[in-house]
Design a protein around this ligand. Sequence first.
Ligand code: ATP
Ligand code: MG
Length: 445
Amino acid sequence: MAKRKGLLLDQTGDVGKALKALDLSDWEFQAIRTIDEARKTLAADSPLVGLVAFDSAHPWPAREMESLVSSYDVEWIAVLGADLLRNQSHGPMILRSFHDFHTLPLDRQRLDVTLGHAYGKAAIFKALDDKSVTHDEGRFGMTGQDPKMAELYRQIEKIVTVDAPVLIGGESGTGKELVAAAIHRHSERAKRPFVTMNCGAIPPNLIQSELFGYERGAFTGANQRKIGNIEAANEGVLFLDEIGDLPLDLQANLLRFLQEKTIVRVGSTERVRVNVRVIAATHVDLARAVEAAQFREDLYYRLNVLHLKVPPLRDRASDIPLLADHIFHERQHQKSPQVRGFSSEALHAMREYTWPGNVRELINRVQYAMIMTEHKLIGAADLGIPAPEVAAGNPTLDEARATVEKEIIVRNMHKYQNNVSEVARQLGISRVTLYRMIDRLKIDL
Ligand SMILES: Nc1ncnc2c1ncn2[C@@H]1O[C@H](COP(=O)(O)OP(=O)(O)OP(=O)(O)O)[C@@H](O)[C@H]1O
Ligand SMILES: [Mg+2]
């Protein structure tokens, strides 16, 4: 059987010698002396398990060590004298960031079991990471299974079979453009162009020529003929985003094109026949804009033959974990190396949050958290959204117990100036138990 590879971080070489003497048949360790060297090795190679030898005569810089062990997908085991576990800076760090510890002298059997556990755990994590996620959690290239999305898919299914204009409503960032592209991709026009034009992003005086194109010499600077977006989309789909921003005079021109299926380029008199399906999107309520005389009623009815509304993210909260995972896997390559997913606190917080920027905001927040977090699991704070209230009003027994435990420990730590031994004695628990509780309850010393 091939030997399992591990890393041994050992400044003095003493543990390396002891390890050699044990002659663990399944393992082969690469010995390394410094944290820098470890980083270089880990960047090039990826062993699943690492041993770190702690020696009270040669302490590691605690912060650098903690940063190293939380930065890679490696399960770490500390090897140390029992006294070092009680060391104020090393003890908590080891309990917090290491898979396990092994006190000296080395015990062959015990070490074998510990290494086996660590290896198994790392292998499972790796398999989870490597698992190519199949994205059949939605339809039409969209992610989402919420009943609200299921309804949207059913509507799209019908819309792709006919060739009439579509008006897509929905708050900003909900996926209107994605829906428009999906309609194009699944319709008869799929092999023909899909041309996008954002009416809100183009200066009003340029929209006319963007839409209809112009002839050479039509105006100063028109050095050659330019094909407009409508002509460019011939036989395909023209997606007009933010149609509510189209100035009134251009609304008249667009209406004419929809009625006559012809256009005239700026500076020309020739009518050109075009066959284009228009899909328009808006985040404003067009019916209301019609009432306010900001949008032509006749154009509204022309565009609104088929209507779709993409629901805001907060109305399909059951899809948030799915979307967050999808975004996470899509952007794996640019994440901070140790991060493995979302904490349950973050998932809870995401479902509570109102998402004014909808899916686009979710993408931005997840992307930022993946790069910036220093934890293995992204928390609400990494996402910059409010942490969920800890089940206010009706805590579970576990939550109530945790709150009380935390309060008592914090009070005693104050009283005994963070003297862990004394606090443990006062509370009638071992120091290791106290460290574990401090870690579990996330108490900041
Ligand atoms: N259901 C979904 N599954 C996967 N990605 C989605 C989904 N909905 C939206 N997105 C992604 O969210 C981002 C915003 O979507 P899109 O641009 O289609 O929204 P929009 O409604 O057109 O927004 P705006 O009103 O700001 O123009 C895009 O990156 C899109 O790919
Ligand atoms: Mg858009």
